[in-house]
Ligand binder design. Structure first.
Ligand code: FAD
Length: 484
């Protein structure tokens, strides 16, 4: 008889894992507390617009875990990829463009001209001198190759160093430090003073090697929904609006899940996408070794992004790339310091501004432009007044670049940590899950096999590397293989 499995949660990790296990012959029931699929990676329709529940862009799209799982399940995903992918604004120099592959002549030309022109030019001689002082000439070339290729042993070597400390081995140039601090906040949702250098190099190198940064047609939810199509096609049972209240553990083994619909779902295997802390609570702290419970409680979560979504009645932002980010001209270590200060507001906010209609016209009525403006903050939920102020500052900065926007806004919607928490109900508003910091990545990432028999965790809290949704789905590939 087929083994039975209950998966708790239909985020990207849970839906990929449920679909993979069902396709390999397990009899899977998927319980999702919300009435929609996708967790933090969802899409909502309002007045003809498809709004992202967050502000998603996908690092490696069809060539990364999302595409890999879709191909394995035999379901289509349509990816929209533009080159250049990003417009970057260094404050005094206008925009320069980042291409998908930095080894093309055009891409290198734009990078070099940005690096050597203007007030903020990179001090190349200083950088070379500092790098050679750290590594010697041969060592410097070896390290550069390591950064570009990011082989596992190289990445692992730097897992326990912060990105900032790693960068100081090469350069103390302020423009480089500012830019990579912002990139760390964008990709790992942790400032570079805290993020793991190994993890950071892994994701950056992966993006440039694959050259498929983009979005799926129809909005972010199209990714988990594609997995769900395979799950339902293969006979999986989906229960929407059913929260797992308790994981029933007997003799040290997970045996069943009690749902808020009053049903008990028996299971040979339980996989939880609800995060490590919630899962320990659901299964009962008393069923885990005390040191494990203390370890889980000591883990740090990522920071967060909040956003304003603008619908404009015409195309106002006219850039060559579908998204842009301005790098603040501040002391690099101060850029995100406000996140850790009580009631902190950014003096010059780092913005991430994807423009979904520049990839995909189907997310808005014809002729409209949809613009998202994200800004980082801490993960606490109870800070609505502070969020309002942060979003006001962000909006002012965005309008200073594109003053025309103001008079064409027909619809404006804001999302804060409160909205993220409405989805997860964890009491926190972090974007990712576990923070990708020294001591919590690579060999130190929590094991997806929990110390209660037949109980597994899937998603951003365990098992994999990568950017947000992609590490959640990579974790699903790992967990489903281990269970099988
Ligand atoms: C503002 C914002 C911007 C982001 N930008 C990006 C980006 O650009 N690129 C990117 O890749 N990622 C991005 N992310 C991160 C990404 O959305 C998450 O990393 C990813 O969704 C995590 O996937 P997951 O499967 O681990 O869990 P989640 O998405 O958190 O899903 C967990 C699921 O479990 C369900 N659940 C929890 N408890 C229970 C229970 N007891 N019973 C039943 N169901 C339960 C929840 O309802 C949810 O559906 C962003 C997130 C936010 C908030």
């Amino acid at each position: 008889m087929a083994r039975t499995c209950v998966v708790i949660g239909a985020g990207p990790g849970g839906s990929a894992c449920a679909a993979l296990l069902q396709s390999k012959g397990l009899k899977v029931t998927l319980l999702e507390q919300n009435t929609f699929i996708g967790g933090k990676c969802s899409t909502f329709e309002d007045q003809g617009f498809k709004f992202d529940s967050g502000i998603h862009m996908f690092a490696t799209g069809p060539k990364g875990p999302h595409g890999q799982v879709a191909r394995e399940l035999g379901v289509p995903q349509e990816w929209l990829i533009r080159d250049p992918s990003e417009a970057i604004r260094l404050n005094d120099k206008g925009f320069f463009y980042l291409h998908q592959k930095t080894n093309s002549r055009k891409a290198l030309g734009e990078l070099v001209s940005a690096a050597i022109s203007g007030r903020q030019r990179i001090d190349i001689l200083n950088t070379f001198y500092r790098s050679v002082k750290s590594f010697g000439v041969a060592g410097f070339i070896r390290e550069l190759a390591g950064v570009a290729k990011a082989y596992p042993s190289f990445v692992q070597k730097y897992d326990d160093m912060t990105t900032r400390d790693f960068l100081y081995l090469f350069t103390d140039d302020l423009t480089v430090h500012r830019s990579l601090n912002c990139l760390s906040m964008l990709l790992l949702v942790v400032p570079y003073t805290k993020s793991s250098a190994g993890e950071f190099m892994y994701v950056v190198s992966d993006i440039f090697r694959r050259g498929t940064l983009g979005v799926p047609r129809g909005g972010a939810a199209s990714v988990p929904l594609s997995f769900m199509r395979a799950f339902l096609r293969d006979g999986g049972k989906l229960c929407l609006g059913v929260r797992a209240e308790k994981i029933i553990v007997e003799d040290g083994k997970a045996k069943a899940v009690l749902g808020t619909d009053g049903n008990t779902y028996p299971a040979d295997v339980v996989v939880s996408n609800a995060g490590l802390n919630t899962t320990v609570m659901l299964a009962g702290e008393e069923n885990f070794p005390e040191e494990y419970v203390n370890y889980i409680k000591s883990l740090e979560l990522s920071y967060s992004w909040i956003a304003t979504k603008f619908a404009l009645k015409k195309r106002v932002i006219d850039l060559r790339a579908p998204s842009f980010f301005p790098i603040p001209e501040l002391d690099p270590e101060r850029i995100f310091a406000y996140c850790d200060e009580p009631d902190g507001i950014p003096e010059d906010p780092f913005l991430f501004v994807p423009i979904p209609t520049e990839w995909d016209k189907t997310v808005a009525p014809p002729g409209y432009q949809l613009v998202l403006c994200g800004v980082p903050t801490s993960r606490e939920v109870d800070q609505e007044e502070r969020s309002r102020k942060i979003l006001d500052v962000a909006e002012e900065k965005l309008f200073s670049f594109f003053p025309e926007m103001k008079k064409h806004v027909v619809y404006k919607k804001r999302i804060t940590n409160k909205d993220t928490n409405k989805i997860t109900r964890k009491g926190t508003g972090e974007c990712i899950g576990l923070a990708q910091i020294p001591g919590q990545v690579g060999v130190n990432k929590p094991n997806p096999k929990m110390p209660v028999k037949n109980l597994w965790i899937v998603g951003c809290d365990a098992g994999a590397r990568g950017v947000g949704t992609e590490q959640a789905v990579a974790s699903a590939m790992l967990v489903s293989n281990l269970i099988l």
